[in-house]
Design a protein. Structure first.
Length: 681
């Protein structure tokens, strides 16, 4: 009871937290009704509320007699055939990286995707919510809502509210279970720290506030949901011609952001590894699955052991085969002939390393276990072989919700990105003429003081708590997690421009390291892949002197934090929805824009680049929100550079310092660890 009283005593402080301002978008009554139906299936997903509307809909829906609800008979018949044999049972862990579960999840997704209208989709979703494994349901449901044209505009709850057990350490979950057993029907806020050296038996715990950030991990989950590795983008109409390029750009940017955080914490470059040597970096994930703890990997974990011989042999051959293709200059297989010395081949190269469905035929991949990513995750995750097709001890790398917590995740994708960079070495660097903007000069760039700090962030975690039948009637419940998260003060970038022409121009801003871990200045040819894109916008420039002022709150590649489901419901009752959740579910949280600074200021460099605007190609028009012009993603840092061509009038490198205010370590900001003085030891 003492614990309950302590927690209850924090309620006043918890409820007095300031609520951040956010933009809203008005919606009509029909939208509100459908949006509430969508959200209702996310509540208490581990249990069934027999009084809820979705249960009654599921009971009344005869899926065997409803084939007319679906536009693809093959998808419907395949699902029914598998359903009669049996799907993954409830209350077992689901992972898309295991063949049988992947096959079933794809079948369920297709059933959702090919529902002929919203009503059929909702009835199918209610049926799956009641009768199918909850993890598989959520996985297919998330992706279907994002991908269906009639549901893509709906707001989704943040993954850390749908799956809180993957976003908070088990000590927090244990606290919630304890409070629940005490039968205290009040509002509770569980203060949560990040993992320490017990989880990271190395120095990696220094950046746990980033790798365990709920927003970062949700961002990675959304990336997969928008472009799953198993689906054929031509068949579903999404980014077929640039899918591999998106894959490279996403991971290159994620690694650049991660690397800057390592620098400010004294960790240096991302370590490399060999399949034939021990993996130096251990990780002991603080999670339990339904029945088993997550697999633990100690420091100096031996990768090349008998259980991994076959997988490592495949991984090694896969890597060497790529180099053979690269040296030959072409790839010829699967009815494809690719010139690997062409810049357009980046789409194929990205597909090759993701081993996605666009590399093969979709049905071939669905049953094809030889994926580089899947096998690499299996080896690095350190879990034993699965007992059967449904029973396995999970590792952090088995889930998109937890992958980014494991240091091996970044080491693996650094390896993949390095292979793609090897391909890019064959591309001709941009010439001075290609990068030049005739008649325009950046005279100066001024940047406000950049300051980071930690502040508290609350999110609902009741989906990880079990409730009685009576309690389910009053959902949602007041179980919140409060955690310190990195944030920054808004800042403004002012760009002075002199132009001889009147035209539309693109302004890009990147943040990159200035010095390496040893304090030596980076050369641009060795550092181009470490620049992190902050902003992209089109600006009308006129002859003469002009000044462009851009606030960090307007930067294009970031969004505000997601609102809790309870707050979304309140807005819906007012005929509104949060704008950022409506438009930008798949972008990086704005609070993670800057790496954590230091008290004296940590040096970085801001690169500002202005070039002539050329509109989105016609074939990319449906995707202009993510394909804003006709340049490659990350341009001009999408390929190796010649430094002498980056000293032109339309470019500007500005040294900036990132400061930090307040507690430097988040555990001191939240719940201090008390240790005896040295004199007492």
């Amino acid at each position: 009871m003492k614990t309950v009283l302590i927690l209850a005593g924090l309620i006043a402080l918890a409820l007095s937290s300031t609520v951040p301002e956010f933009k809203t978008t008005p919606v009509d009554a029909a939208f509100v009704e459908k949006q509430k139906k969508i959200l209702s299936l996310f509540y208490n997903v581990n249990e069934i509320s027999y009084e809820a509307e979705y249960y009654k809909v599921a009971q009344d829906f005869n899926i065997e007699a409803s084939k007319d609800c679906y536009t693809n008979m093959k998808a419907y018949e395949n699902f029914m055939m598998m359903y009669k044999v049996g799907f993954l049972p409830k209350n077992l862990e689901f992972s898309i990286f295991y063949e049988k579960m992947r096959e079933e999840a794809i079948a369920l997704f297709k059933l959702f995707y090919y529902a002929k209208d919203f009503e059929c989709f909702y009835k199918t979703a209610c049926y799956a919510r009641v009768y199918m494994n909850q993890g598989m349901f959520l996985y297919a449901y998330y992706i279907a809502i994002i991908q269906r044209s009639d549901t893509a505009s709906f707001v989704l709850p943040a993954p850390y509210e749908a799956y809180p057990q993957y976003f908070v350490n088990m000590e927090v979950k244990n606290k919630m279970d304890y409070v629940k057993m005490m039968d205290e029907n009040e509002q509770f806020v569980m203060y949560a720290n990040y993992s320490n050296s017990l989880t990271y038996p190395n120095n990696e715990d220094r950046i746990a506030y980033l790798t365990e950030d709920v927003g970062l991990n949700a961002y990675y989950y959304y990336f997969h949901s928008h472009l799953p590795f198993w689906w054929n983008s031509g068949k579903y109409g999404a980014f077929k011609e640039r899918r591999g390029e998106i894959y490279f750009f996403f991971y290159q940017q994620l690694l650049a952001r991660y690397y800057m955080e390592r620098l400010t914490n004294g960790l240096g470059k991302i370590p490399e590894f060999s399949w034939y040597s021990p993996l130096r970096t251990g990780y002991l994930p603080p999670f339990n699955s339904f029945y088993y703890p997550f697999a633990q990997r100690s420091n100096d974990y031996e990768l090349h052991t008998e259980k991994n011989y076959e997988e490592i042999r495949f991984l090694d051959i896969y890597e060497k085969t790529f180099f053979q293709y690269l040296q030959q200059g072409h790839f010829k297989a699967f009815d494809k002939k690719i010139d690997l010395h062409s810049s357009k081949a980046v789409n194929f190269v990205g597909n090759y390393w993701q081993t996605n469905a666009d590399l093969f035929e979709e049905d071939f991949l669905q049953f094809y276990q030889r994926s580089y990513e899947v096998n690499a995750r299996r080896v690095l995750g350190a879990a034993p072989k699965p007992f059967n097709q449904y029973t396995f001890i999970p590792s952090a790398l088995d889930f998109y919700q937890t992958s980014a917590r494991d240091p091996a995740f970044y080491q693996l994708y650094k390896r993949i990105v390095q292979y793609i960079i090897e391909f890019k070495q064959y591309q001709v660097p941009y010439t001075q003429e290609a990068l030049h903007f005739v008649g325009l000069k950046i005279s100066d760039v001024k940047v406000d003081k950049m300051v980071t700090f930690f502040d508290h962030f609350d999110f609902d975690a009741f989906n990880t708590v079990y409730f009685s039948k009576e309690e389910l009637k009053s959902s949602p419940h007041g179980y919140k997690v409060r955690q310190p998260r990195l944030n920054h003060k808004p800042f403004t970038v002012t760009i002075d421009i002199k132009s001889d022409v009147a035209t539309n121009a693109v302004v890009k801003m990147f943040l990159g390291p200035k010095y390496d871990e040893n304090g030596f200045p980076f050369s641009l040819e060795d550092n181009w892949m470490n620049f992190y894109e902050l902003d992209w916008f089109v600006q009308k420039v006129n002859p003469g002197q002009s000044q462009i002022t851009r606030s960090s709150t307007d930067f294009a590649f970031f969004k505000e934090d997601s609102l809790p489901m309870a707050e979304i419901y309140k807005l819906l009752d007012q005929g509104k929805i949060p704008t950022d959740m409506f438009n930008s579910s798949d972008t990086m949280p704005s609070r993670l824009m800057l790496p954590k600074g230091t008290y004296d200021g940590f040096p970085f460099q801001l690169f500002v680049f202005v070039y002539p605007y050329e509109p989105t190609p016609k074939e990319s028009e449906p995707f202009k929100s993510v394909v804003p012009d006709n340049k490659p993603f990350g341009y001009p840092f999408d390929r190796p550079v010649l430094p002498q061509y980056f000293k032109q009038p339309n470019m500007f490198f500005k040294k900036v310092l990132v400061y930090h205010e307040g507690e430097l370590f988040p555990y001191l900001f939240n719940i201090p660890h008390y240790t005896p003085d040295k004199a007492q030891l």
